[in-house]
Design a binder for this molecule. Structure first.
Ligand code: C2O
Length: 536
């Protein structure tokens, strides 16, 4: 194993999309940012230098960060932000993971433009558990906003209302064909007929799950969230913000141009006015100006298509890559996730209420000092460890909306002993509309053992849990008007954020943290913080 050094200069860069130019926050002037390559067992050092006016922090999304929470990145959870003019070296070792992940800013809405791919190759000499592809290609899906993203959310928060959606989705930074703005470019994937290509697909967007398709081509999914799955062949992928999907494309046409599309999946029949992103799959030898063939783009609420995809995912569960599902449960938790309302005297347009979001009716309040520091140095008064393991009352969660619409505010964590096993049922609730929530765990992967619509039934649903080969992920969509059940082992000491990866829901408070106590020191305890850890 090696040590890999990267330098991230956070700088403003004038960028043109959708026929207009604006300055955006970038890493090294790129949108999307640079790809990080490493092998399993490597140590990665990334020096982040902040040259912009915003506070900054970077999260290595999906990296387990065993004992190194200091390098995890969420601002005010594991570190204070890197202030303008300052720098910080993220130092972590990758172990027991290989595949596609992402990195992104974890403060304000800066993730909109500060993100990139994180590719973990297997150890030297270890093959993939599938035939080696001819070529590997990173495909980062994102969003383009014509206005200043920070201003959009600030205004929405002041008004107590939901912000608008982005203006377009993007594929490797480009909206694609529509609208046509000369000289802005688009992403083209050049292929040779009969060769195979590994597509490392990442949804780095802020607020929408995406369908991904390629006209007249199937994709074979081999890995999600950096864990191998049983290969499944499909013509449509669904990737939620924070999720990654690696799929093999066989270039089985003889020539031609075929569109790649990234279009929103909202699960609720409301219309979105942002543009579907397109790119081109181009076969070498295709005659110039030959017409591009488009796929059928799924409806925004094509829930059956999305469900079919998510339900088909299974862990590879081979001898080399066993699914280590916890078979016993020390902590059985039930969390409602959903939107609520709170009073807002200054919100005139909404008659004095504001939209908030909550987990078990608690709207998380960001602290002003990092939780991990407060935990490590035993600073009192920053958080309390009384996060409820169950909702305050039992009701028909997915009926006409929950009754406990007024949430309580607090900086609460749920405390777990080292190495305890956890089963967590995440139940969606509706207030305006039930909405899908891609829930992301920091510090752990989990197994998705069950999923269903309506209210979770404690008597009958556990009988249907898959404890053999459930998919292992770091981000899972709690279906609109439904539930998912996950299991994990709390074998990583520290403070770990859990939140909806739709940035607007995180802002509204759909977040909480687990505190995992130290085990036996030194090997099961949080490492001391690095000397350059930023101060608040
Ligand atoms: Cu990818 Cu806490 O986020």
């Amino acid at each position: 194993c090696r040590v890999r050094h990267y330098k991230f200069n956070v700088v403003m860069k004038n960028t043109s999309r959708l026929c207009s130019t604006k300055p955006i926050v970038t890493v090294n002037g790129k949108f999307p940012g640079p790809t990080i390559y490493a092998r399993e067992d490597d140590t990665v050092l990334v020096k982040v230098v902040n040259h912009v006016k915003y506070n900054m922090s970077i999260h290595w999304h999906g990296i387990k960060q065993f004992r190194t929470g200091w390098a995890d990145g969420p601002a005010y959870i594991t570190q204070c932000p890197i202030q303008p003019g300052q720098n910080y070296i993220y130092n972590f070792t990758i172990s027991g993971q290989r595949g596609t992940l992402l990195w992104h800013a974890h403060i304000l809405w800066l993730r909109a433009t500060v993100h990139g791919a994180l590719v973990i190759l297997p150890k030297l000499g270890v093959p993939y558990p599938f035939p080696k592809p001819h070529e590997e290609v990173v495909i980062v899906l994102g969003e383009w906003w014509k206005s200043d993203v920070e201003a959009v959310i600030d205004e929405a928060q002041k008004a107590g209302l939901a912000p608008n959606v982005s203006d377009s989705h993007t594929i490797n930074g480009y909206p694609g064909f529509v609208p046509k703005c000369p000289s802005e470019g688009e992403f083209t994937l050049n292929v040779e007929s009969n060769k195979t290509y590994m597509l490392r697909i990442i949804n780095a967007g802020l607020n929408e799950q995406l369908f991904f398709k390629i006209a007249r081509h199937y994709l074979t999914v081999v890995e999600v969230d950096a864990s191998y799955v049983k290969p499944i062949k499909t013509d449509t992928l669904v990737v939620a913000p924070g999720q990654t999907t690696t799929a093999i494309l066989t270039a089985d046409q003889s020539s031609g141009n075929y569109a790649l599309t990234a279009s929103p999946f909202l699960d609720t029949p409301i219309s979105v006015d942002n543009v579907t992103a397109t790119a081109t799959l181009h076969y070498y030898g295709t005659v110039a100006n030959s017409r591009t063939i488009f796929p059928d783009i799924p409806q925004v609420n094509a829930t059956p298509t999305a469900n079919k995809f998510f339900d088909s995912l299974r862990s590879l569960n081979s001898e080399e890559y066993p699914a280590k599902v916890p078979l016993t449960v020390d902590h059985s938790l039930f969390f409602t996730v959903g939107l609520g309302l709170n009073p807002c005297p200054t919100c005139k347009a909404t008659n004095g209420i504001r939209v908030v979001a909550a987990v078990n009716n608690v709207t998380f309040v960001m602290p002003t000092t990092a939780l991990l520091q407060a935990h490590y140095y035993n600073v009192k008064g920053v958080f309390s460890d009384d996060f409820p393991g169950h909702p305050p009352e039992v009701f028909n969660y997915t009926g006409s909306g929950p009754r406990n619409i007024q949430t309580t505010a607090g900086t609460k964590v749920y405390r777990l002993p080292f190495n305890s096993t956890v089963q967590l049922v995440l139940q969606d609730t509706g207030i305006i509309l039930p909405e899908d929530h891609p829930i992301h765990h920091h510090g752990f992967n989990f197994f998705a053992i069950g999923r269903g619509m309506g209210n979770f039934n404690q008597d009958t649903d556990p009988k249907k849990f898959n404890l053999v080969d459930p998919v292992e992920r770091n981000t899972i969509g709690v279906p609109s008007g439904g539930w998912v059940a996950i299991r994990f082992r709390a074998d990583n000491p520290g403070v770990w954020f859990m939140h909806c990866h739709l940035e607007v829901h995180t802002t509204w408070g759909l977040k909480m943290a687990f505190l995992v106590d130290n085990g036996k020191c030194p090997n099961e305890c949080v490492l001391p913080p690095p000397k350059d850890l930023p101060k608040c």
